[in-house]
Ligand binder design. Structure first.
Ligand SMILES: [Zn+2]
Length: 228
């Protein structure tokens, strides 16, 4: 984004533009803050998110004191050129409360109770994270009719047998060139893989992190970095 690109942005009457910060690894919306031209230029120059603090009326390098810097990956602009979407690799919690992201309250919880409701991470990530949470919920509170609970109760070998079975079914579907079946079997495989992760209590976020670490490296470099 050069000078011309910055000039194309529609800053408001106070010279500000809202910026949405998103963790590029899993799509979690981390926080929203305002930038002016100077903070955007600083962000571009340093690769670290800088904002304009409306309360302190000052340039604000996010994480300058806490160390929780937000390393910028890419900057997108919306269709009206009046909002920025900044994908980042966070070096710590984005929220000043110490939460990973600012959106840990449900609106309905706020309405129900003056103190605010229970904290939730359900605004984080996407469908794999929701499925994983449902699996952990079944692990903690098993019900007799739950398939996941019965798998977890049967033990690791049973879960792993399902993973290999489903992998075999992906293979057959793929060989059969049937798109719909490949989708179906791949979903089964991912689901059972999530059950295996749930068995070990390894959240999908750790897998995203590992994939992110590898992303951009060639397969060769990746092998070298693992010392193989
Ligand atoms: Zn916050």
């Amino acid at each position: 984004m050069d000078d011309a690109a910055i000039s194309a942005l529609k800053f408001d009457e106070k010279g500000l533009i809202p910026a949405v910060l998103q963790d590029w690894r899993d799509g979690t919306v981390l926080m929203v803050a305002y930038m002016n031209r100077e903070s955007l230029e600083k962000t571009l120059e340093t690769g670290i998110a800088h904002f304009w603090s409306r309360s302190r009326q000052a340039l604000w390098e996010k994480g300058a004191t806490s160390g929780h810097r937000q390393r910028v990956r890419e900057i997108f602009v919306d269709c009206d050129q009046d909002t920025l979407l900044i994908t980042v690799t966070p070096e710590g919690p984005a929220c000043h409360t110490g939460e990973r992201a600012c959106f840990f309250s449900r609106l309905s919880d706020l309405v129900a109770s003056c103190e605010g409701g229970a904290k939730t991470t359900e605004s984080h990530g996407g469908v794999l994270d929701r499925v994983y949470e449902a699996i952990l919920e079944r692990k903690r509170a098993p019900t007799p009719e739950s398939y996941v609970a019965s798998l977890l109760k049967a033990g690791q070998d049973k879960i792993l047998k399902k993973v290999t079975e489903e992998a075999g079914e992906v293979l057959l579907a793929s060989k059969g060139q049937k798109r719909e079946e490949i989708v179906h079997e791949a979903a089964d495989l991912l689901f059972h893989l999530l059950v295996a992760l749930g068995y070990h209590e390894i959240p999908p976020a750790e897998i995203y992190q590992e994939l992110a670490r590898r992303f951009g490296k060639s397969g060769l470099e990746e092998k070298q970095s693992r010392g193989r």
